[in-house]
Design a protein. Structure first.
Length: 109
């Protein structure tokens, strides 16, 4: 399968686990981004809650405790923080992240 354009994101199964890949037009190949997580999965299994993590906040995301703080790398070896709470709308968080990082809305999925 060929990507629609540079930065196109698709989910494929890798060893049975949904994994995100980004299309690299110059190399004409999919680059592994990371495992896709279920934002509604809740705490760490066995009824135990995941300890919240603190995020300092920025112009888009409020400071405070979040269930997850994901490291997102955009191909420049710089990690950007993406805070997220279980049960929240992942699309809204993705839109906010793309806005903060000046990425096109085609990166939201």
């Amino acid at each position: 399968m060929v990507g629609k354009g540079e930065g196109d994101i698709q989910v494929f199964k890798k060893n049975g686990v949904p994994s995100a890949y980004m299309w690299k037009a110059e190399d004409k190949k999919w680059e592994y981004v990371g495992e896709v997580v279920d934002p509604n999965a809740g705490g760490g299994g066995g009824g135990m809650a995941v300890a919240p993590k603190y995020y300092d906040g920025d112009s888009i995301f409020d400071a405070g405790e979040y269930d997850h703080i994901f490291d997102v790398e955009l191909g420049d070896n710089v990690m950007r923080k993406l805070p997220f709470n279980n049960g929240d709308n992942a699309i809204i968080y993705a839109e906010k992240f793309c806005h903060r990082e000046n990425l096109g809305k085609n990166n939201v999925p």
